[in-house]
Design a protein around this ligand. Structure first.
Ligand code: ZN
Ligand code: ZN
Length: 346
């Protein structure tokens, strides 16, 4: 089968992955599932993996097939698999968990002590076929096509996971600021809009992204190249600040917003990454705000997101590319030339 594989870390996105012929994965455990990949979202994390940013954090056996936002059709199952069979359309949570460690028993998918993460610690879905397991696949409802939903496997669930945490603390009259309306942010806007009564302010450098935010339910739009974000948030919140900030960029310039735009007792959620947080401890004491980390989401959260998609509350804005175009997509994303999400169609 064909697969887009990383052999060595590089900052040059034009040659990040190599398209190769490799053996199709085989089932060796009774709970495994093989999926013919129909859609695989390209993520900023793929660029970061190619750059080697994840190497200090997780084991990465190279060469490795990238691709962690996968959906497709089941073509083979291990003998104990019951929830899906050959021919079923599924979305694949990127993490295969053990089910029995302490974290798994608590339902904390992302904290599993024995996990494998497609496209990060084991082969992913920029390939004709993907090996995953029964716990990680979620059958799709009628009318939801794998190719349309694939990015929800990570972009969607990650945005949903953070938005759900934020929504729990957003009361009517509160404000949410959503920074970065890209692949994740445009989903985040729609989820907050669907699940809360808060006013939403969207922040992005691109007017096309702000238009996407407006379609998704944002009430206020601000382009930092044209207006001062701090003054803007101050004016729309009557000086109180935003109860919840969802930072889908995670650059120094955006994490620095927190002391000025986050309301007392509020949260600045870090979802995008690449920058650092350099705030005086006193700023956190004075405003009693928190920086909150977010990593993907639980299996149940992916089910909840699929429900939102099925009832029409969340639309993905996507563009499609052939497997051979992976490096072009990586370069385009690096240059902010992709609106919404790019989906590879092996
Ligand atoms: Zn991703
Ligand atoms: Zn586990």
């Amino acid at each position: 089968m064909r697969a887009a594989r990383l052999h060595e870390y590089t900052d040059d996105m034009s040659e990040g992955l190599a398209i190769e012929e490799i053996d199709r994965p085989e089932i060796t455990r009774s709970d495994e599932v093989i999926v013919e990949v129909e859609g695989a979202g390209w993520c900023q994390t793929d660029n970061h993996i190619i750059e080697g940013m994840w190497e200090p954090y997780v084991p990465q056996p190279l060469p490795m097939t990238l691709g962690h936002e996968n959906a497709g059709t089941v073509i083979e199952t291990g003998e104990e698999v019951e929830i899906v069979e050959e021919g079923d359309p599924v979305i694949c949570h990127p993490v295969q968990t053990c089910g029995t460690c302490r974290a798994c028993r608590q339902g904390e998918t992302m904290y599993c002590e024995n996990d494998a993460f497609n496209g990060l610690t084991t082969d992913g879905g920029f390939a004709d076929y993907l090996l995953t397991n029964e716990r990680a696949v979620i059958p799709l409802p009628d009318g939801v096509e794998p190719i349309d939903i694939a990015p929800h496997a990570d972009a969607g669930i990650t945005a949903y996971h953070a938005a759900k945490k934020a929504v729990r603390k957003l009361n009517p009259g509160d404000h949410a600021v959503i920074v970065g309306i890209g692949g994740l942010g445009h989903i985040g806007v729609q989820v907050v809009d669907a699940m809360s009564a808060a006013q939403i302010t969207a922040v992005d450098l691109k007017d096309s992204a702000l238009e996407l935010a407006e379609e998704g339910g944002a009430d206020h739009l601000v382009n930092p190249e044209q207006e001062d974000v701090r003054e803007f948030v101050d004016s729309v919140t009557d000086g109180k600040g935003a109860a919840q900030v969802l930072d889908f960029v995670g650059a120094d310039v955006t994490t620095e917003y927190a002391p000025d735009i986050t309301a007392a007792g509020g949260d600045h959620h870090i979802i995008g990454y690449g920058g650092h947080i350099h705030e005086p401890a006193q700023a956190l004491v004075n405003g009693e705000f928190s920086y909150v980390g977010n990593i993907v989401g639980q299996y149940t959260e992916l089910q909840e997101l699929v429900a939102l998609v099925e009832q029409g509350d969340v639309d993905l804005h996507t563009s499609r590319y052939d497997l051979e175009e992976v490096n072009t997509v990586a370069e385009k994303l690096e240059h902010r030339e992709i609106d919404g999400r790019a989906v590879i169609t092996p």
